[in-house]
Ligand binder design. Structure first.
Ligand SMILES: Cc1cc2nc3c(=O)[nH]c(=O)nc-3n(C[C@H](O)[C@H](O)[C@H](O)COP(=O)(O)OP(=O)(O)OC[C@H]3O[C@@H](n4cnc5c(N)ncnc54)[C@H](O)[C@@H]3O)c2cc1C
Ligand SMILES: NC(=O)C1=CN([C@@H]2O[C@H](COP(=O)(O)OP(=O)(O)OC[C@H]3O[C@@H](n4cnc5c(N)ncnc54)[C@H](OP(=O)(O)O)[C@@H]3O)[C@@H](O)[C@H]2O)C=CC1
Length: 493
């Protein structure tokens, strides 16, 4: 029987990176205070092998753990596996699907996001977010000969590289690939790798995998719509992403288009439309597909499966009704520079929130696990400061945007306004490209470094980060900055 009433100093909702980091930081800062972590997912995410590469760059692994491990490492944390169904913010009480009522002094909402899907309900259109959804994708892919991937961001870029044994139709609304993360030049740099054999991934042994009972659901009882935590690093490389076509890796990109509607074969016939068979995908031609998609250029393509990799919508459902949260245009809970929402004593961190403070010139919010970890940690420190009546200042990680990832087998580092975001035409670019090896782009504004894209093993991230943070005037040096003969570390020593 679940305890009906629980009283906690701090309550955190969400077992993803933001929520778990928040609970762990609270436990470290206030070991004698009671902390309740409520999560719909049976396994919770934990950050391991954390390495601070520089002031703002960090790398870490994400591991799924049973809650008992977290409770034994942080004895003041009690983990409840259930779904929060409502919040009475005036009384400071949370209600759960298991019938519990949890009263708190300070609450942090870390309920993440859910995939934004293209319009039109069809069982062959899926989004990818958590372990369950990626398993569903693998299952459907294993029988597929042609899959359509819609979107030009992180998931699409990783999937087009990973999917094998299946033709891939990649539908993007831009004129170059991977444009959420990189510019057109870098898109060109990646292009030759689209259809090439994938480099063999090193076996992933460093992360433990847990399962929750044979075939059992990994989610707590709830409304059936609550998702598990978002997938972690290597979500695609360590899984089999194989279809059933006699091809190894083949991608057809359709540029500058969006989806207008998703249809069945009957709807295609009723509308008198003529589905097209791209010549480059000849092996997977079929007279009847499970699903058809019409694009803004009028073309209609059939396929076995559509992955809508079209971004994330903040998961705010149970918290909004009956409470006066201010919500940003993208649907996230607005938070100030202390990660406080507009509701008293309620904080938010990770994908569910929208940074609504006056942001530093070179920082921008992207829904990434680095930011989820940083926000979870900072929210906890801010909650503690609020309890103790102390003032804390904004963490340095919010000074400069920094992201490290891997696309098409290359290390990718993004710094600051890496795509000259918000600068209009008022910027200068420095470029250094060695085909197949590295792509280095530096964005200068008023002679100062404001952003960079580094692809490959450039080893320049720390120096460029320092130049950005120090606002060094590079006017006298800019002609040498990317000269391969110049060691920029020595240059700026
Ligand atoms: C396929 C995929 C690949 C990604 N790859 C990368 C990458 O390479 N690099 C990168 O930086 N980022 C990546 N991301 C993004 C990153 O995973 C997320 O930004 C980050 O994990 C968000 O963490 P979070 O804690 O805010 O939310 P989540 O991980 O979504 O966690 C939310 C938690 O809240 C719980 N919850 C929700 N509602 C309720 C409720 N009502 N009651 C109780 N619990 C609830 C959920 O069960 C879950 O445990 C990827 C995302 C996806 C989907
Ligand atoms: N390696 C990494 O760092 C990875 C990060 N992630 C993160 O996980 C989350 C989910 O990934 P993902 O879904 O790829 O989201 P992203 O935000 O990365 O990309 C979404 C893409 O879909 C496009 N899009 C949006 N709506 C439509 C539409 N109706 N039709 C066609 N295209 C559309 C967007 O274009 P526009 O921007 O113009 O709207 C954008 O190109 C993101 O927060 C992402 O940052 C995921 C995988 C890997």
């Amino acid at each position: 029987m679940a305890e009906p009433w629980i009283k906690a100093r701090f309550a955190v909702v969400g077992g993803g990176i933001a929520g778990v980091t928040c609970a762990e930081t609270l436990a470290a800062e206030c070991p004698d205070e009671s902390i309740v972590l409520i999560t719909a997912s049976a396994l919770i995410k934990a950050v391991t092998n954390y390495q601070k590469v520089s002031h703002t760059l960090e790398t870490f692994d994400v591991e799924e753990r049973p809650s008992a491990q977290v409770e034994s490492e942080c004895p003041s944390v009690q983990v409840l596996h259930t779904v929060v169904t409502s919040l009475e913010s005036e009384k400071k009480i949370l209600h759960t699907a298991a019938g519990q009522q949890i009263s708190y002094d300070k609450l942090c909402i870390c309920t993440g996001g859910r995939p934004k899907l293209i319009p039109g309900q069809n069982q062959n259109v899926i989004g990818i977010r958590d372990t369950e959804s990626v398993k569903e994708f693998q299952r459907k892919l294993s029988k597929a000969t042609r899959v359509m991937i819609v979107g030009n961001g992180g998931i699409a870029t990783e999937l087009v590289y990973e999917v094998e044994g299946c033709d891939v139709l990649w539908i993007i609304k831009d004129r170059s690939i991977s444009s959420t993360f990189v510019d057109e030049g870098a898109g060109q740099f990646f292009l030759p790798h689209l259809n090439e054999e994938k480099k063999e991934a090193a076996p992933t042994v460093k992360r433990q995998k847990y399962t929750v009972g044979d075939g059992g659901s990994t989610e707590a009882q709830g409304d059936g719509t609550t998702l598990g935590g978002a997938l972690g690093p290597d979500w695609a490389t360590c899984r089999q992403m194989k279809g059933s076509a006699p091809v190894s890796h083949r991608v057809h990109v359709e540029y500058n288009v969006e989806v207008t509607r998703v249809m069945t074969i009957q709807e295609v016939a009723q509308a008198g439309l003529n589905p097209l068979e791209p010549e480059s995908l000849a092996t997977s031609m079929n007279s009847e597909w499970p699903v058809y998609v019409e694009l803004t250029n009028g073309q209609v393509y059939g396929c076995d499966l559509v992955v809508s990799a079209t971004g994330v919508a903040p998961h705010t459902d149970p918290f909004l009704s009956g409470n006066s949260f201010e919500v940003a245009e993208d649907g996230g809970l607005k938070v100030n520079d202390k990660l406080q929402t507009s509701v008293s004593d309620v904080f938010a961190a990770g994908d569910v929130c929208t940074a609504s403070w006056e942001r530093a010139d070179l920082w921008l919010q992207m829904r990434l696990w680095t930011q989820a970890r940083q926000m979870g940690c900072y929210a906890a420190r801010s909650m503690v400061a609020a309890v103790k009546g102390e003032i804390i200042s904004l963490d340095i990680c919010f000074e400069l945007f920094a992201h490290v990832t891997k696309f098409f087998g290359y290390k990718v580092v993004l710094l600051g306004l890496f795509n000259a975001q918000g600068l209009g035409n008022d910027y200068e670019l420095l470029l250094r490209v060695t085909k197949g090896e590295e792509y280095v782009k530096v964005v200068l504004h008023d002679g100062r470094l404001v952003g960079a894209i580094l692809i490959g093993e450039t080893d320049m991230e720390e120096t460029l980060e320092n130049l950005a943070l120090n606002r060094t005037d590079l006017t006298p040096f800019k002609d040498h900055l990317l000269d391969p003969a110049v060691d920029i570390d020595d240059f700026f020593d």
